[in-house]
Write a protein that binds this ligand. Structure first.
Ligand code: B3K
Ligand code: ZN
Length: 869
């Protein structure tokens, strides 16, 4: 390849040579030709004369002026525009033209449905105008938007509306001013026709804020929960973090074409409609929880991201890890802490650990990047949040909040680094975080191996902890990390044994800092049972040789719910592993009655939250199990997980049936208790679907259901268990919802995860469904990504048909939307974890992709790294 995309390195950071203090934007919107005039106040920061290098991508340059005079000392380069011979401070006027309708990348200014919208993070602003498109250039923005009044009655941008007017040609304009200096990635514009849900919020200092949620016409009855979640977020951030909203208006716009979840543009969030629109007939309980989390996340960014932003994109976790931590705490404070923790840990242990094992493995603060959009990863977000959580564990809530306060005192209104954050935490708390900082630079998952030894005579208990991190691509040498290891000891009756060292009480969070460390506890009256890595106190793989009895004991006696759940998962893991070996040796799956009894006990524990019991009874996904192996046997894993589920269903059929019936509710509400009961009831149904009466029960639930949660639970059960009622339900649902893509996504997801052996043929046929559109990221994710990523047996079909299919899709998306393609390619990146025959097939597909002309840099970066393995 002639001009291969080049990587940028964190170590090469240089402060900008110029800055822009103010920018006045003027948009004249037309579907295929939008004109943008940008008037910037530019100041040279460098001492020496320097060229001004503006970023630009896919722009038509119309005119360029310096201090009102046409400027000729410039050069158009592949990366933008280079201006020379400039004064030290000047006004720069640039006029550009773009084609929003042809913008299928959904980055920059584009059309979604009938309206215009923008997406600028990470580097989309340069697709609107030539600019210093980097997060450490902070300017005050004013934005004037002009468009046809009948088609686009609402013209929105960041900040406060300061002027508006009508033109005589049927067009109108609105002008906005954002008083807070911001980087270009937080710019937003929306123009369209919407229904608006309005409310008000009075902040803790008594300021009134207008709240507005814009949805497609006809969807007003689906916006209430987003509004409730927004108000809850504002209140929570005041109460828990002391942080208050700072503008007079907060707007959220829901759009159908969006590459990710949502975007925190200052005062004007743009959301994937999936995270706004919900009513009981169209959305499941899980959808509601997603709305609460994402509305919270974007709102919390107003402080962690917008008021303090990132110095450069390598620091992305500064805002994302911290904001994920904040949204997780928000959901935990409002709902069930244990269930939230369980679901977050599942993501880290499953897909995040998988990312650590693959060719794209990177630290939460990456060192080198080709395409920034490739680094909005589980590592930066979820592991990044775990790193913040570890600091919270080490400091405690009070000192952590003192650290947050100091961080804002020091950095409000500026662009900061991850080091700045840790420094504030350290300075405010006095806790030594020197070794802890290594979490920011080291990639990969540490393995923590624990051995214990009890000496009955001296009543001492010794815990030996070893840590090691396997090499990752580009990072051969690993160092020991500072790992907070939360433990508890129990006596045989289930009472907590106080941890003592030399007769003094010691804290239950051990500071593991060395490769090997021994912790001695005394006054331990009897051989204890140890609960390790409580609350998943660090993102590590734990190795400890628990007996079945100890795990069953912890499932009942551990004081916190997370530890009980984790014990159950470890018990399941043992039997899944053993049985995969059995199956590979031609033996039958064995699952002893004593283990079934442990789960029966959890099912029947009526003092527990039903939502928590539902989690206790959830088996690890096939993908999570795959992560335990160097060489993955998809068929054996599928067989074992399926058979264990069937054994549990048969052995506990009476109890499952009784609980299923006892949890029926007369009507649908979104309160936690109601959701919790539905979660457990539908978990019971998913087991009962594997029994003889499955078809009858599932059919009955589908028929009487008046809400999407129960409807989808029935359909998912029918789909997974391949019940006779599946076909009719699928037809009925499609007839009812064809007009509504967002609801049809649930149906597409079922087609994608269909276990039937003709699944791929079905998926191909489904792509012709009138509601399907490969250009819509939600449709593509639900059908295609779900098939390739969550249907391992069918995707990894031995004949390679799944692989050929994925390459076809990637080839199409490489030109229309490489950002989505780059998410879809993930299953190929794991090719080294499969048998030789499958490796050869997948590698061949990667090579086909590498040979594509115009391979987008998003895919280039991943394909190249995968092939280098
Ligand atoms: N900050 C955005 C993500 C932007 C992704 C750019 N490819 C959403 C969020 O994390 O809140
Ligand atoms: Zn975010």
């Amino acid at each position: 390849m002639a001009d291969q995309p080049q990587a940028k390195y964190r170590a090469d950071y240089q402060a900008p040579e110029y800055t822009i203090t103010d920018i006045a934007l003027d948009f004249d919107l037309h579907d295929t030709a939008a004109r943008i005039i940008a008037v910037s106040q530019v100041k040279r920061l460098a001492e020496q004369d320097a060229a001004l290098k503006l970023d630009g991508d896919a722009l038509k340059l119309v005119r360029i002026e310096v201090n009102g005079e046409a400027w000729t000392k410039y050069e158009e380069t592949p990366a933008g525009l280079t201006l020379t011979g400039l004064p030290t401070a000047f006004e720069l006027t640039i006029e550009t033209e773009v084609n929003p309708e042809a913008n299928t990348l959904l980055e920059g200014l584009y059309k979604s449905g009938g309206g215009f919208c923008t997406q600028c993070e990470a580097e989309g602003f340069r697709r609107i105008t030539y600019y210093l498109d980097r997060p450490d250039v902070l300017a005050r923005f004013t934005t004037k938007v002009t468009a046809d009044k009948a088609n686009f009655p609402f013209l929105l941008s960041n900040g406060n509306r300061i002027a508006q007017g009508d033109l005589d040609n049927g067009r109108h304009w609105v002008q906005w001013e954002d008083p807070f200096p911001k980087p270009s990635y937080l710019f937003a514009l929306v123009a369209g026709d919407f229904d608006v849900l309005r409310d008000k919020y009075t902040t803790m200092s008594g300021r009134d804020v207008e709240l507005e949620i814009f949805v497609d016409k006809g969807n007003l009855d689906r916006a209430d929960y987003a509004m409730t979640s927004l108000i809850n977020s504002m209140k929570w951030d005041e109460e828990r973090f002391g942080l208050e909203y700072d503008l007079d208006i907060y707007m959220i716009v829901a759009v159908d074409f969006f590459n990710m979840g949502a975007m925190e543009n200052k005062g004007l969030n743009v959301f994937n409609s999936k995270f706004v629109l919900a009513n009981p007939q169209t959305a499941t309980d899980v959808d509601y929880q997603g709305i609460e989390a994402v509305i919270g996340h974007e709102y919390f960014h107003n402080w962690t991201g917008n008021r303090v932003t990132c110095r450069d994109w390598f620091q992305l976790s500064l805002k994302e890890g911290l904001t994920v931590f904040r949204d997780q705490e928000f959901s935990s404070d409002l709902g069930s802490r244990a269930v939230n923790r369980i679901n977050n840990v599942r993501i880290v242990r499953g897909p995040q650990f998988a990312e650590d094992r693959g060719p794209m493995s990177h630290p939460i603060r990456p060192e080198q990047v080709i395409e920034m959009n490739n680094f909005y990863t589980l590592t930066v977000y979820e592991k990044g949040s775990e790193v913040i959580r570890m600091m919270h564990t080490l400091l405690g809530e009070e000192k952590f909040q003192a650290g947050i306060k100091l961080y804002f005192e020091r950095h409000d209104g500026t662009a900061a680094t991850c080091d700045d954050f840790v420094q504030a935490m350290e300075d405010a708390s006095g806790v030594d975080l020197v070794a802890f900082r290594r979490w920011y630079s080291q990639a990969g998952t540490p393995v923590v191996n624990v051995a214990t030894d009890y000496d009955a005579e001296s009543k001492s208990y010794r815990v030996t902890v070893k840590q090691a991190t396997a090499p990752t691509p580009g990072q051969e040498e690993k160092v020991a990390l500072h790992i907070p290891l939360d433990i508890e000891l129990y006596d045989s009756k289930g009472n907590v044994i106080e941890l003592q060292c030399n007769g003094e009480a010691v804290h239950h969070v051990l500071d593991v800092k060395q490769e090997e460390q021994v912790f001695e506890f005394d006054n331990v009256p009897e051989q204890p049972v140890i609960s390790l890595l409580r609350e998943f106190s660090a993102p590590v793989v734990l190795e400890y040789d628990y007996s079945d009895d100890e795990l069953v004991f912890l499932m009942v006696h551990a004081r916190n719910e997370f530890a009980r759940w984790d014990a159950g998962q470890m018990l399941l893991a043992k039997y899944i592993r053993d049985n995969v070996t059995n199956v590979q040796n031609g033996k039958a799956v064995e699952f002893p009655a004593s283990v079934v009894d442990a789960f029966r006990g959890a099912l029947l524990a009526d003092d527990l939250d039903p939502a928590f019991i539902a989690e206790m009874l959830t088996l690890p996904s096939e993908n999570e199990v795959a992560g335990w192996y160097k060489c993955v046997d998809v068929d054996a894993i599928n067989k074992v997980v399926g058979e264990i589920k069937a054994i549990l269903a048969t052995e506990m059929e009476d109890e499952l049936t009784a609980i299923y019936h006892s949890l029926a509710q007369p009507s649908y509400t979104i309160e936690h208790q109601a959701m919790a009961k539905r979660a457990l009831r539908n978990r019971c149904l998913s087991y009962l679907a594997c029994t003889e009466k499955g078809n009858e029960l599932v059919t009955a639930q589908y028929q009487v259901s008046d809400n999407m949660t129960d409807t989808m639970a029935a359909m998912a059960a029918a789909n997974n268990a391949e019940l006779a009622c599946r076909a009719e339900q699928m037809k009925d649902f499609s007839d009812k919802w064809t007009h509504d893509g967002l609801v049809m996504d649930k149906w597409f997801a079922l087609q994608g995860s269909n276990p039937a052996d003709n699944a791929l043929a079905n998926v191909r046929e489904t792509m012709n469904h009138p509601a399907f559109d490969l250009k819509n990221p939600n449709r593509t994710r639900n059908l295609v990504a779900n098939f390739c990523g969550n249907n391992p047996v069918r995707f990894h079909a031995k004949d390679g048909s799944g692989y050929v299919f994925l390459t076809e899709i990637l080839t199409a998306l490489n030109t229309s939307n490489p950002q989505v393609a780059s998410r879809l390619i993930e299953p190929f990146l794991k090719y080294r974890q499969y048998d030789e025959a499958r490796q050869v097939l997948m590698r061949a597909e990667l090579e086909k992709l590498a040979a594509l002309e115009n391979l987008a840099k998003d895919l280039f970066e991943k394909v190249e790294k995968a092939l280098a393995l």
